[in-house]
Design a protein around this ligand. Structure first.
Ligand code: PMP
Length: 307
């Protein structure tokens, strides 16, 4: 049976245990969670999103994620059409409906359904959906042995074109960078700014340790204001490690003592090889391992209760 995208169901069908998706104000089984082919999120990548984690019955840094979502929406003149409190309820009720305590949550707001032209004025209402699903963890060996990453030629979109601080649905340059990394035999790509400074990876921020200092690129180098980045910077500062945001080039990574990446999905993951150079002794460093442990600890106790 074919159902129109506007068909609404306010709960699982009898006997169905399908994943429940929040879509435009309602919870619908995933088979019915469909958006129009005229949605500008699909036609043009016109929209914003968040990736959020729930640990142990709590949503980690929910307020920070919602703030970033609404900042991104404001920056592209996208009216989300609902207040932050309503969005928080949408996230929590999606988790509850699916009885999830540890989950990955994808929150998406698109410009909505319009016509085939670019004009956002033709899109009267944003499309909002929340997917909460079981988390597929990165292979444990990524954490125990570390990752190999390569610098790629695809540059981070410059702020003159689109601010890298807008977490928009347009990830094509990151996808191209990821493809390039894969073709060169690495799992992840280091993306540079058009000036040649290290910006970040395709979906993670980057850090290095050198002589006891922790360094990460400033947002102006093209880094997203990562929420995991902020947590790690705070954890490091609280344990007495000097933390610096500064412009640097791949040379600084090649000669660093330790390198790691941060992101909601990856958490904190050590990097052991960059552009064929082993980092430190080629194994995850001690300071990185301590930060991983500290990060895991904070995720287990902080957050908004799902209820
Ligand atoms: N950079 C980019 C381009 C990203 O897409 C992400 C997360 N999706 C990050 C960095 C990491 O940000 P966060 O720690 O908030 O997940």
């Amino acid at each position: 049976m074919t159902l129109s995208p506007s068909a609404s169901v306010s709960g699982p069908l009898p006997g169905s245990s399908s994943l429940q998706i929040y879509l435009n104000g309602e919870l619908v089984p995933k088979e019915r969670a469909v958006v129009s082919v005229f949605d500008h999120g699909l036609l043009y990548g016109d929209g914003v999103f968040e990736g959020i984690r729930a640990y142990n019955g709590r949503v980690f840094r929910l307020q920070e994620h919602l703030d970033r979502l609404y900042r991104s929406a404001r920056a592209i003149l996208l009216d989300v059409g609902m207040p932050v409190a309503g969005m928080q309820d949408a996230v929590l009720s999606t988790l509850r409906a699916n009885k999830l305590k540890d989950a990955y949550i994808r929150l998406v707001v698109t410009r909505g359904v319009g016509d085939l032209g670019l004009d956002p004025k033709k899109c009267p209402r944003a499309t909002v959906f929340v997917i909460a699903d079981k988390i597929t963890l990165y292979p444990e060996e990524c954490y125990t042995h570390g990752l190999e990453v390569n610098t790629v030629s695809t540059r981070r979109t410059p702020s003159q074109a689109l601010s890298p601080n807008i977490k928009s649905l347009n990830y094509l340059n990151n996808i191209m960078a990821k493809i390039e990394a894969g073709l060169s035999g690495a799992r992840e790509a280091i993306m540079l700014s058009t000036e040649g400074y290290v910006a970040e990876c395709t979906g993670d921020n980057i850090f290095y340790f050198k002589d006891g200092r922790l360094v990460t690129p400033p947002l102006a180098a093209g880094a997203l204001e990562g929420i995991t980045r902020a947590v790690v910077m705070r954890l490091a500062a609280d344990s007495g490690i000097p933390v610096e945001e500064r412009f640097f080039t791949p040379f600084d990574l090649h000669t660093a003592d330790e390198v790691f990446l941060t992101g909601t999905a990856a958490e904190v993951v050590p990097v052991v090889k960059i552009d064929a150079r082993s980092i430190g002794d080629g194994r995850p460093g001690e300071r990185t391992r301590r930060l991983i442990a500290a990060f895991r600890e904070v995720t287990q106790r902080d957050g908004v209760m799902i209820g």
